[in-house]
Design a binder for this molecule. Structure first.
Ligand SMILES: [Zn+2]
Length: 255
């Protein structure tokens, strides 16, 4: 939606800036911890008031970036090394691109990337990356365990994969059923027509099975005022059975 707004006709663009920079600007209740935009509320995208009108960050991106500053995370992650960003989001590029010695964007289809590749068969040597970033991508991949094995292979020992996936708020176990095989059924059961499953609280186990040590960070790791200011939890929860309100960031360290 943001891209569409940005690249629309000049009149549309002027309207958009009027909305973002004047009408939404005050009072400054919320702030994007990625681009610094401040205003009355974020835009609505799936959830009400979660999308930054300036950099396009969503809740998971701001939660991820907030988590990078937690001492327990910051002390173990080499953001100044080689960072491989899969399905790269513009907003996270602002953070990783600035801090990495080498920042590589990889995607199987997008034009704005440095490497064209399939996450389950990466054309990269073993142990080349210090950090790998994959936000809300694994739920699209039929063989996500194969992708996790690839993440493990391309990271150096001690390297970190930063992972997010849409997860049910209430389910312990991931819902994944071969008979749910049409776009309609997938949208109904998994929340989107192009999702291969809906993860539960057991996502971390799947990551551990691939040979990682896992630390999980959710909104509860932060003061309530920080959660509200940066919108690290949806202001209005979705009631759909598949959930996705309480996001978590998985820091998976290669042993
Ligand atoms: Zn922003």
């Amino acid at each position: 939606m943001l891209t569409k707004l940005r690249h629309s006709r000049p009149a549309g663009l002027a309207r958009y800036h009027l909305y973002r920079d004047i009408l939404l600007a005050r009072p400054r209740r919320v702030a994007c911890n990625i681009c610094g935009w401040r205003g009355r509320h974020f835009l609505t995208y799936l959830h009400k008031h979660v999308l930054c009108p300036q950099c396009g960050s969503q809740l998971r991106h701001r939660l991820l970036v907030a988590a990078l500053d937690l001492p327990a995370i910051a002390s173990r992650i080499r953001l100044d090394g080689t960072v491989l960003h899969l399905s790269p989001e513009y907003c996270l590029g602002l953070v990783f691109g600035r801090r990495a010695r080498q920042y590589v964007r990889a995607d199987w289809a997008a034009a704005a990337c440095d490497l064209r590749q399939d996450a389950t068969r990466m054309a990269l040597g073993a142990g080349v990356a210090d950090v790998l970033v994959s936000c809300d991508m694994l739920e699209h991949i039929p063989d996500d365990r194969r992708a996790l094995a690839e993440f493990h292979r391309v990271l150096r020992p001690g390297g970190t994969a930063i992972l997010t996936v849409p997860q049910s708020d209430s389910a312990d176990a991931t819902l994944e059923d071969a008979s749910i095989d049409t776009p309609e059924a997938r949208a109904r059961e998994y929340g989107q027509p192009d999702h291969a499953r809906n993860y539960g609280a057991d996502f971390g186990d799947r990551v551990r099975d691939a040979g990682f040590d896992v630390s999980v960070v959710g909104a509860s790791a932060f003061e309530p005022a920080v959660v509200t200011r940066h919108v690290l939890r949806p202001p209005v929860a979705l009631r759909a059975a598949w959930g996705w309100n309480n996001r978590r960031v998985y820091f998976a360290e290669r042993r």
